[in-house]
Write a protein that binds this ligand. Structure first.
Ligand code: GLC
Length: 807
């Protein structure tokens, strides 16, 4: 592959050319600290929340520049030549470059003028800091006198405030070098957001294990007039001290002097972080200044990721690339999504917090390999529900419940997650666990904020988890328009259909279908909880809603997408643009709303209008003009984001629908089209080949069809894992066991899944001698033939062989 390749064991992606078409990044993180880092050490760090506690600077346009970052300047004091140990920010040509993104660490190696440097960046398991383990080797035949300068640029504080009021925010900055501890400290005098002023409750810091022979904190002085990080005055010329910085842009740079004999190596550690107070900083810095300890912590990080990812659900198919992405990298991506939801990346706006609907899906994705994490998230999510069944759209560990207007689809998601949890673990007791309801001033079915409400978020009684889910769905079932379909309000799953229902009349067909699916899941849970009447009622409601969809939304060959406040239809053959949308076809199948001939017609239309060389587009044709009746969806340039991109999350809904319909060849082909490590032209695709992107630019873009965008934090990760394991290989978790119903490409002769389940391990071997796409002909468990395809859970902590023959 151009620019790099996976290591033999697949656990690292090794980039060999620093000039990748976009920064290719990694997340080094525990749940309280995160460092986002590119192949050349560009990126930023934050503490607890990527908006409220940004530590280092980042600017939204930087995915083109990949600056600033976590850099070390190296200078040969004799020749005066200087370079960046990670290629950036000096960008001199190295004689060797290698950047390895691994699970929980990134190692960047370069070679310049006989000096080899290797930096391994990682975030320890518990502490709120990042470590740069540095190794410098003199491979030349002469002794070398070097200056080494680790360098970062501070932001400290609220990222959004910084973006809006940069030149005011930096007036609150305080950075200083503390002679006694040789640590550079950083804070804002206080945090200011409109009229709300809060003390700055922590302290950021930067230190190294080498003695400092100088320090700099003033960017202006370090970089010099009309210069940049590429050629800073303090590196190209003499180092200029600036031990404290007050009320202006700040950096942290430490000056180290090193003499290296031929063949010798020097190791040292740089620590960057943020914590509560000075004492804690000193404690953390001392801990990691001990190189042996820093290395031991790195090993712990590697082991922890290995344990989380490598030996749980494993697939083996004839397609090694597919196995690699599902067995390793998509799980890693799912973890990052679970930790940070949709906020920090090189693309996203960094609003901080975690989203409700996104988390529900991320948690479903992680279920098969970390149900404990899933449970703790389910508990948090359950606490975001109001008595009327509406939800807060998200939460942040530093800023609490999100107070903005929620989208109408939020209430339908948690039931899937809880259902997956109960099926994965067999723990139905969770349904009876009590959770509080919350009240936060949103009234009238969460459409208006009570301006007299000053209590923040308070508890508003409590109920069981089952009751929370029931209220959730009741909300959507009763919040309907003239056809009895759910209102779309300020958007549903598609954030950008944000004007179609502003006046609370527009209806969402997709949401109706999703609700049908939700009620079916709730009915199963009700049965399990012993609520026979509620189960019946849920099934009735699913039926009623499905009937409404079929009565009002079938368009002849497919389902329409919705009706606006002005009662105009969209996603219909009657429309000039936006004639057919993927989501109301895929979810017609997911919700079990469509049957018989209609289903065939619908798939035919999907194949004809939406499927393309680079995957399934969100809809067709793209909007070319702003339509105030629909909203932002019509504003993006054709083929980008929600305006008819190949939106991978939605493409995967269709893949699941294909599987449910037995279209194994189609499902697999569609998966391959969006698979990051199956992209053939990296100069076209541009983004990381080891993680899914949110979308590929769609066919109607004038010149960028096939380009990847918004990588890492996307529901695509969770859904692809589910699509591959539960639907394609077809090992579905059920209340009493695993239902085996593979829907695979007809040309796969054999595949395999190792599936740990409730303490047992199931080794499932699927043979396909007749070349079919679906149909279990014969199934044996530990050599004994079964009459049906449900493998009952054995609960004996043993490994069981499941032999499946299709035909
Ligand atoms: C983004 C959001 C997700 C939303 C989707 C469609 O991926 O993270 O929540 O459903 O866009 O708008």
């Amino acid at each position: 592959m151009k620019y790099g390749n996976f290591s033999k064991d697949g656990l690292e992606f090794i980039i060999t050319d620093p000039n990748t078409p976009r920064p290719w990044i990694n997340y080094l993180t525990n749940e309280n600290y995160c460092s986002v880092i590119s192949q050349c050490a560009g990126g930023y760090s934050f503490y607890k929340d990527c908006r409220s506690d940004r530590i280092t600077r980042w600017a939204p346009e930087n995915y083109h520049y990949d600056r600033p970052g976590k850099y070390i300047y190296i200078k040969d004091n004799k020749t005066k030549k200087y370079w960046g140990a990670t290629y950036q920010p000096v960008m001199a040509k190295p004689s060797k470059f290698e950047s390895r993104h691994g699970l929980g660490y990134t190692t960047i190696k370069t070679n310049y003028y006989g000096i080899e440097s290797e930096i391994t960046y990682f975030v320890p398991l518990e502490d709120t800091c990042e470590i740069w383990l540095v190794k410098i080797t003199n491979n030349s035949s002469k002794a070398r006198d070097l200056t080494l300068v680790p360098y970062i640029e501070w932001l400290v504080g609220d990222y959004h405030m910084e973006l809006r009021y940069r030149n005011i925010m930096n007036l609150y900055d305080r950075f200083w070098f503390d002679e006694e501890s040789e640590v550079i400290f950083a804070k804002k005098t206080a945090i200011w957001e409109a009229l709300n002023i809060q003390p700055f409750r922590s302290l950021a810091f930067f230190a190294s294990s080498l003695g400092a022979r100088g320090s700099a904190t003033q960017k202006d002085v370090f970089v010099g007039r009309y210069k940049t990080e590429t050629n800073p005055e303090s590196i190209s010329g003499d180092f200029i001290e600036s031990g404290s910085c007050s009320g202006e842009d700040g950096i942290a740079a430490l000056r180290h002097i090193l003499r290296l004999n031929p063949g010798s190596t020097k190791e040292f550690v740089v620590v960057l972080g943020q914590t509560e107070n000075r004492n804690k900083v000193i404690e953390m810095v001392s801990k990691y200044r001990d190189i042996g300890n820093a290395k031991a912590q790195l090993e712990r990080v590697k082991k922890s990721w290995h344990d989380k990812i490598v030996d749980n659900v494993i697939i083996k198919t004839p397609d090694k690339d597919f196995d690699l992405i599902i067995n390793i990298w998509v799980k890693y991506q799912i973890y990052i999504c679970n930790m940070w939801s949709r906020s920090p990346s090189f693309y996203h706006e960094g609003a901080g917090g975690r989203g409700y609907r996104d988390s529900c899906q991320d948690v479903e994705g992680i279920m098969a390999f970390n149900p404990e994490h899933a449970l703790s998230k389910i508990r948090t999510l359950a606490g975001l529900i109001r008595q009327d069944g509406s939800c807060a759209p998200g939460w942040s560990t530093t800023r609490g419940h999100a107070g903005y207007l929620p989208n109408k689809d939020h209430p339908i998601w948690l039931v899937y997650t809880v259902s997956a949890y109960v099926k994965e673990t067999g723990n139905a007791a969770i349904l009876f666990e009590k959770f509080p309801y919350m009240k936060d001033g949103w009234i009238k079915k969460a459409t208006k904020k009570d301006i007299h409400w000053h209590k923040g978020v308070i508890k508003d009684g409590e109920g069981t988890l089952f009751e929370h889910l029931e209220k959730n769905l009741n909300f959507t079932f009763t919040d309907v328009g003239k056809r009895g379909l759910p209102l779309i309000g300020h958007a549903d799953w598609n954030d950008a259909i944000d004007a179609a229902g502003k006046r609370l009349k527009g209806e969402s067909v997709w949401l109706a279908m999703a609700l049908v699916r939700s009620y079916k899941f709730l009915a199963e849970l009700a049965d399990l909880a012993g609520y026979a009447k509620k189960a019946q009622e849920s099934r009735n409601r699913a039926k009623v809603m499905a009937e409404r969809v079929n009565a009002h939304c079938w368009d002849g060959d497919w389902y329409v997408r919705g009706f606006t406040d002005f009662d105009t239809v969209y996603g219909s053959f009657k429309n000039r643009e936006g004639k057919i949308f993927a989501n109301t076809q895929s979810w017609a199948v997911l919700g079990g709303v469509v049957e018989g001939e209609k289903r065939n017609k619908m798939f035919k239309a999907v194949d004809k209008y939406l499927d393309g060389k680079h995957g399934i587009a969100l809809f067709y044709p793209a909007y070319s003009n702003y339509d105030p009746k629909l909203g932002r969806i019509t504003m993006f340039s054709e083929g980008t984001k929600e305006n008819a991109a190949v939106f991978c999350h939605a493409a995967t809904f269709m893949i699941v629908a294909d599987c449910l319909a037995g279209r194994g060849n189609k499902a697999y082909e569609s998966m391959k089209k969006i698979m990051p490590n199956n992209q053939k032209d990296m100069d076209l695709y541009k983004t990381e080949p080891y993680v899914y992107s949110e979308y590929l630019i769609g066919p109607e873009h004038p010149y960028r069809y096939g380009e990847g965008a918004f990588t890492w934090i996307t529901g695509t990760a969770a859904w692809n894992f589910l699509a591959a394991t539960e639907y394609l290989l077809g090992v579905h978790r059920e209340l009493t066991g695993l239902r085996i119903d593979p829907v695979i490409p007809s040309y796969w002769k054999k595949c395999y899944m190792r599936r740990p389940f409730r303490g047992d391990v199931y080794e499932i071997v699927i043979k396909n001698p007749k070349g079919v796409e679906r149909g279990v002909k014969n199934i044996k468990v530990d050599g004994i033939e079964q009459k049906h395809n449900l493998v009952r859970v054995r609960n004996d902590k043993k490994t069981h062989l499941v032999e499946v023959t299709l035909g």
